[in-house]
Every structure is written in structure tokens, then in C-alpha cells.
Design a protein around this ligand. Structure first.
Ligand code: CMC
Length: 429
């Protein structure tokens, strides 16, 4: 990395002056290398990692002030409109768009790995029928480590690729199995003649009793949702995957750690939380909606408008723009624009975009606000929303894991600002 300038840290009341290199990235903000501080016995303090670049990466770039998201240099809006989820997987993993034979080969490879080991079905029987599908996903994906240990030499690029392809291919199968398990319906084997999103919908909604045609409106919308959630730089779940992977852990276990981190309502659980919030709001009268807006603005009330705000985007979330378009298309095509819950959502969006509190804090609807609405309109149960996010994000997680492992492992080990007791002796009793 190119050092363009240096910064100097002078510690008051001491002779210490430390020179710190400043790196210029290919685009984006300069980064001060604080590693020389350790030799002087000082750490940096940055709860929530808001000012810390924890790694070097060339996969995804975000400019939160200007609402820019690019994968390998390609703007998300262009990818969402012109590419496909499988092509995006290739791009994230290999760094370049595939030519047609590379695409055909990669697509065939993914299709070839959709089936899960027959014994994996036994795992499901150990869960209660009302288990949250994210709980099942954490367990079953972690359990894959026990089934696919034939190619787990992390230092071998081909082994890493096989794990990546297996994960991308098997996630929809496992996600659909978790849905079928809750319903008490038989698992549906994948159909490799179908495209990625179509196959996922087929495994979720088909039954052995009747033929099932995948609705093209649904598969197009799901393809968009998968593409828009595929990667998002060093977010909480991706950082979790990197941290787990930094110990040399098995990739399936690392992805399971990412799924756990994604589950929280401040991260991937937000799309589910949006729909739960719409249920809580209940009635779409103006006074009622305003009551919830007032609660969101009240500092003494922990209630937040789910699906609004983002840690990184201060202007708008570029994914939300494309998702909003898709949302409008899906609702119009399905004739569901008048669903009462969706009316509440539209009204919340309108109020928040005009209300001083939200405008001042730059709290725009984020991608999960619209994806939740689309998934609801498609009849997908709320507790499956985060599962679908996890299916999509698997490629981002594994691409980051691969990049980190290929670059040589350094175990992640943050330090702390200790505020506990000083040394004290155990009392004589
Ligand atoms: N509703 C009401 N007020 C909010 C909201 C909200 N959704 N989000 C932030 N605020 C207020 C917050 O109270 C604070 O106000 P004040 O300055 O008066 O104290 C101010 O805005 C800044 O909030 P913050 O908590 O410092 O912001 P953050 O960057 O730490 O949090 C966030 C970002 C996404 C966790 C937060 O906006 C939030 O909880 N949003 C709702 C959950 C959500 O939709 N999450 C999905 C994020 S997108 C998907 C993904 O990438 O995973």
C-alpha cells in the first residue's frame, strides 16, 4: 500500500512523538496505520469500530456520504439491472466478470452442488417445529463442517473454491428445508434445471402432490433481493466471519458465525423487524401511525423505526433505491398495492422522508425496509426474511474469507480499555 504522507502523534507531558504512515487507497478515505503505537505501549480506542479499517480488501467499496456501493468497481445499480446473482458470485469471488464459458462452467458447478448429504436431513429432527429458521441455519451450516472435510486445506486455492461453491449452492437447499420443516411438509430436492432464485422458490413452495410453476415476478424479485444483499464490505457479520476465519477455522464454521451475527435486529434481522413493527402498529389510521413516529423520536422510548437509518450511508442507501423500484413493480404486478400493512409502510416512508427529526439525522429507509415489504407481498413468512438475507450474503462472507486466507492469516485479537478492579488479594477466610 502506497504511503503518501505521515502523521505524527505527540503525547502531552512526555518526550514521545510517534510517526504514523498514512496510506492512500485506490479510492476513498486515507487510512492512518496505528500499528507503531503498540511498540510505545499505547492502544487505540474505537468501540463499534467506527474509525477503524480492520483489513485491506479489494472486493467492495462504499462511499456513505455519496450513497455509492461498488463491487469490484462495478456500481450496484448496474449490476442489479444487468447482471445475475450467479454472475455476481463469480465477480465477488474472482474479481472479474466471467466470459461466457467461465460463466457456464461456474454456473454448472454451483448447480452440481445443490444437494446436501442425506444425513443432514436428520439434523432437522432434533429441532422443535417452532424453532426460528435462523437458529436451524446456524446449527445446520456449522454442521456442514462435519460432512465436507475432504477439501479443507485452507492453504489450497482449489479447496477454498470448492468450499465456496458448496456453500453458495447448498444455502438455498438448507434454507428451504428449514421452511418446510416448520410447515411439517416433506423436503423438496433441488431441481438443477432451474436458475438459482427459481430453484430456491421451487424448494420452498412446491409439494409432491401437485405441479408447481415458479412465478416469474417472484423469481425476478428474489433475484434482485439476492443481488442487493450479496456483499456490503466489512459489516458486522462479514467482520465476524473474518475474525472466526483468522484462527484458521473451517469455512463452514466461519459462515455459521456470520449467520449468528446477521441474525440481530440491528443488522440482517431488520427486515423481519420491519414487518413485526408493521404488525405492532396494526391500524393504518393517521393518528396511530403518528403515535409510532412520535415514539421513534422520543429519546426516552427505546422504540426505533425499523428499516430506517444506516451506520455507513449518510445520504441514501443505493440498494434501497433499486429495491424501492422493485417493490413498486412487484406490488403493482401482484395487485397488492392496497394491502393495509403495505399502506402503513408507504405512509411511514413518506412521513420519515419529510419529518425534521429523520431528515436532520439522515434516517432514510434502508434496503431492508423495502425487501421486507416485497417478501411479505410474495407470501414469504416473516421469520424467513433474515434467512434469505443469509443465503444472499453467503457469497460476500466466503469471498472475504477467501481474500483474507489467501493473503496469509493473522489472528484477529482486539485489545481493550480496562476499567475493572486493580489488583487485589483474595481475602483470608
Ligand atoms: N429510528 C429512530 N431514530 C433513529 C433510528 C431509527 N431507526 N436510527 C437512528 N436513530 C437516531 C438515534 O436515536 C440517534 O439520535 P440522537 O442523535 O438524537 O441520539 C441518531 O439517530 C443516530 O443513531 P445511532 O444509533 O448513533 O446510529 P448508528 O449508526 O449507530 O446506527 C442503525 C445505525 C442501522 C443500527 C440504526 O439506524 C438502527 O437501529 N436502525 C434500525 C434498524 C435497521 O433498520 N437496521 C438495518 C440496517 S441496513 C441492513 C444491514 O446492513 O444490515
Amino acid at each position: 500500500m502506497l504511503v503518501t504522507r505521515t502523521a505524527r502523534l505527540v503525547i502531552d507531558d512526555s518526550e514521545v512523538s510517534i510517526e504514523l504512515p498514512i496510506y492512500s487507497p485506490s479510492i476513498g478515505q486515507d487510512v492512518i496505520d496505528v500499528r507503531p503505537l503498540t511498540a510505545e505501549g499505547i492502544f487505540t480506542y474505537d468501540p463499534g469500530f467506527v474509525s477503524t479499517a480492520a483489513c485491506e480488501s479489494s472486493i467492495t467499496f462504499i462511499d456513505g456520504d455519496r450513497g455509492i456501493l461498488m463491487h469490484r468497481g462495478y456500481p450496484i445499480e448496474q449490476l442489479a439491472r444487468h447482471s445475475s446473482y450467479v454472475e455476481l458470485c463469480y465477480l465477488l469471488l474472482f474479481g472479474e466478470l466471467p466470459n461466457s464459458s467461465q460463466y457456464t462452467e461456474f454456473d454448472a458447478r454451483v448447480r452440481n452442488h445443490t444437494l446436501v448429504h442425506a444425513q443432514i436431513a436428520n439434523f432437522f429432527q432434533g429441532f422443535r417445529r417452532d424453532a426460528h429458521p435462523m437458529a436451524i441455519l446456524c446449527g445446520v451450516v456449522g454442521g456442514l463442517s462435519a460432512f465436507y472435510h475432504d477439501h479443507t486445506d485452507n492453504s489450497d486455492p482449489e479447496d477454498r473454491l470448492i468450499s465456496a461453491v458448496r456453500l453458495v449452492a447448498k444455502m438455498p437447499t438448507i434454507a428451504a428445508m428449514s421452511y418446510k420443516y416448520a410447515l411439517g411438509q416433506p423436503f423438496r430436492p433441488p431441481r438443477n434445471d432451474l436458475k438459482y432464485a427459481e430453484n430456491f422458490l421451487y424448494m420452498m413452495f412446491s409439494t409432491p402432490c401437485e405441479s408447481y410453476e415458479v412465478n416469474p415476478v417472484y423469481s425476478k424479485a428474489l433475484e434482485r433481493i439476492l443481488m442487493l444483499h450479496a456483499d456490503h464490505e466489512q459489516n458486522a457479520s462479514t467482520s465476524t466471519v473474518r475474525l472466526a476465519g483468522s484462527t484458521g477455522a473451517n469455512p463452514f464454521a466461519c459462515i455459521s458465525a456470520g449467520i449468528a451475527a446477521l441474525w440481530g435486529p440491528a443488522h440482517g434481522g431488520a427486515n423481519e423487524a420491519v414487518l413485526n413493527m408493521l404488525d405492532e402498529i396494526g391500524d393504518d389510521s393517521e393518528e396511530n401511525i403518528q403515535r409510532f413516529i412520535d415514539r421513534a423520536k422520543d429519546r426516552n422510548d427505546p422504540f426505533r423505526l425499523m428499516g430506517f437509518g444506516h451506520r455507513v450511508y449518510n445520504s441514501f442507501d443505493p440498494r434501497a433505491r433499486v429495491m424501492k423500484e422493485t417493490c413498486d413493480e412487484v406490488l403493482a404486478e401482484l395487485g397488492k398495492a392496497d394491502d393495509p400493512k403495505l399502506r402503513i409502510a408507504k405512509r411511514l416512508e413518506q412521513i420519515a422522508l419529510e419529518d425534521e427529526y429523520f431528515v436532520q439525522r439522515k434516517l432514510y429507509p434502508n434496503v431492508d425496509f423495502y425487501s421486507g415489504i416485497i417478501l411479505r407481498a410474495m407470501g414469504i413468512p416473516t421469520n424467513m426474511f433474515t434467512v434469505i438475507f443469509a443465503v444472499s450474503r453467503t457469497i460476500g462472507w466466503i469471498a472475504h474469507w477467501n481474500e483474507m486466507v489467501a493473503g496469509g492469516l493473522k489472528i484477529g485479537r482486539p485489545r481493550q480499555l480496562y476499567s475493572g478492579e486493580k489488583r487485589r488479594d483474595y481475602p483470608a477466610r
